[in-house]
Design a protein around this ligand. Structure first.
Ligand SMILES: [Zn+2]
Length: 245
């Protein structure tokens, strides 16, 4: 895993905005017989749209699209979100706000530290299999309390303690310590010691787990029906870093 995973989003300005291209913005759901290239195109356009929204938010110019009564009424009978987002539950990281999206745009699942369990994975699979979302975003963030609390619980992450910490993490009854702890130990063994990198590695590991442990998500990725991306929101300046692995 590379430690240089940040691929900043500053150049993502070619996407339709929610107000300038309603059709793309509302994410017309691809039919089951869509080719993979069409799914890929939809996913790419959706990701560009989200990053454009984040740029508006970070610059203090959000449009708050699709939050009016007419939109609400148009969604009474159905939803067709084109993105599913797994994010931390941190109160500073609400996906709809930081991506400047509206009603019906994103199916969002949130847990502390974006930690996975069977209910979370099932919810993500529902978005892919039933709602046919073509883009999945795993969104971690700067100053994540789940990362910090796990560091506090484990104590110093010194090299000579890593084997002992393996046992503590493996036997922990806390899903957060068990999941984030593995990410911390993997980071340390890769020579990383910066909390920012711990957060990035945890996002990468979460993506790996989703792709390898969910048959449904793995199949969607393999068949080109789904694009899975990692991102890290910076609380300090409002920008979403795009991570490349
Ligand atoms: Zn967090």
């Amino acid at each position: 895993m590379s430690t240089n995973m940040t691929d900043n989003d500053g150049s993502h300005d070619d996407s339709p905005t929610p107000t300038s291209n309603g059709s793309a913005a509302r994410g017309e759901t691809p039919g089951a017989d869509c080719g993979s290239s069409e799914h890929e195109s939809t996913a790419n356009a959706t990701w560009s749209r989200l990053l454009s929204g984040n740029r508006r938010f970070a610059q203090g110019q959000p449009e708050h699209p699709w939050q009016d009564a007419a939109t609400r009424e148009s969604l009474i009978d159905s939803q067709h979100p084109d993105a599913v987002v797994l994010s931390c539950g941190d109160s500073r990281v609400p996906p709809e706000i930081i991506f400047d999206q509206g009603l019906g745009d994103m199916f969002v699942v949130r847990t502390a530290g974006e930690v996975l369990d069977s209910a979370v994975v099932s919810s993500l699979e529902f978005a892919v299999d039933v709602l046919h979302t073509s883009l999945m975003v795993v969104l971690g963030h700067e100053h994540c309390g789940a990362i910090k609390s796990t560091i506090d619980a484990l104590g110093p992450l010194d090299d000579d303690r890593l084997d002992d910490l393996d046992r503590i993490v493996e036997t922990s009854t806390s899903p957060i310590i068990a999941s984030v702890g593995e990410s911390l130990l993997e980071s340390r063994r890769a020579g990383l010691d910066d909390t920012d990198d711990f957060e990035r590695v945890h996002i990468a590991r979460t993506i790996e787990h989703l792709a390898s442990q969910s048959e449904s998500i793995g199949s969607a990725l393999g068949e080109g029906r789904l694009r899975l991306v990692g991102a890290r929101y910076r609380v300090s300046d409002g920008v979403v870093e795009v991570l490349s692995f």
